[in-house]
Design a protein around this ligand. Sequence first.
Ligand code: NDP
Ligand code: PYC
Length: 341
Amino acid sequence: MSAPSVSPVVRVPFAELQALLQRILQRHGCAEPVAAALAYNCASAQRDGAHSHGVFRIPGYVSTLASGWVNGRAEPQVSDLAPGYVRVDAGGGFAQPALAAARPLLVEKARKAGIAVLAIHNSHHFAALWPDVEPFADEGLVALSVVNSMTCVVPHGARKPLFGTNPIAFAAPCAGHDPIVFDMATSAMAHGDVQIAARAGEQLPPGMGVDAQGQPTCDPKAILEGGALLPFGGHKGSALSMMVELLAAALTGGHFSWEFDWSGHPGAKTPWTGQLIIVIDPTKAEGQRFAQRSRALVDHMQEAGLTRMPGERRYREREVAQREGVALTEQELQGLKALAD
Ligand code: NDP
Ligand code: PYC
């Protein structure tokens, strides 16, 4: 029997990939600034090797736009609620353009008050979360963000799925170093990675999820077809996931992960929820010392034997992509070109 054919990897300049993604999104119903924000986000994820939220997501954006579930032309409405509080109604559109619309006011408030909150509701988030926080750290700010998604995680000790995969992302400046960034689903695995494993015909490690009967399974298809994911770390990850539901949905006015019904929109994939971003200006208390203390922490972690910081794999992949182009398979590239034409 011959081995299955594997599509070769090609390298594309970042700007070229971003322009191609933008063309696809505009062609399938996004206004120009919306398409630009999503294309930048998705191309950045692909560049950094964050494959569960890179070009793999484009067919999902396209089918969702076609289903009428999301408004690709929504104009976010920004409200200045208090000295440290900005709210955005994303108008049933995507969260990234809502963040872009509110960002200048959010940063101005964080620098003035020392801390500010951005509460986005009526929004769809289908992407990695780190691109939303990392740029704040590039500007010397500390940022924390949470977003809830769609029911597919059984709370620890419960019988049925309720929570979303609910990621938490954090970014902080670090003197003479890339910002310290982590971004992690509170489920044992991101839903995107389960889909990728199912497509590749791979089994998952134990402890990721359960089948439709609630029995532990390593089969990604069983998780996707009537089963569910588990939180990471048992009751601890479950508590963090609960916190994400509270902050991203209850606090913002967005939907909880189980509160929206997309069954009338076949092809819809993007969770209609909410997102919270907290931005802190560390110079208020510590001047420039915070970034130096960050660096001291990293140095001590490395001295203690740590060889891999969170975010470091992405930075490494980014460096290679900047030199050689963004990696994707020939098959993915052809698929994208077909969606663009
Ligand atoms: P991973 O488990 O792959 O990684 C989580 C974090 O841990 C990353 O910051 C990663 O850094 C770091 N890390 C991984 N391995 C190590 C290691 N050995 N040592 C030190 N640090 C390590 O991410 P998830 O699968 O949990 O999430 C993937 C993506 O899915 C995220 O971007 C998340 O935002 C997204 N997501 C989006 C959702 C949405 O609703 N929009 C819902 C759920 C997930 P590095 O990046 O360098 O690998
Ligand atoms: O990978 O879990 C995930 C996810 C949910 C929504 C967008 N990504």
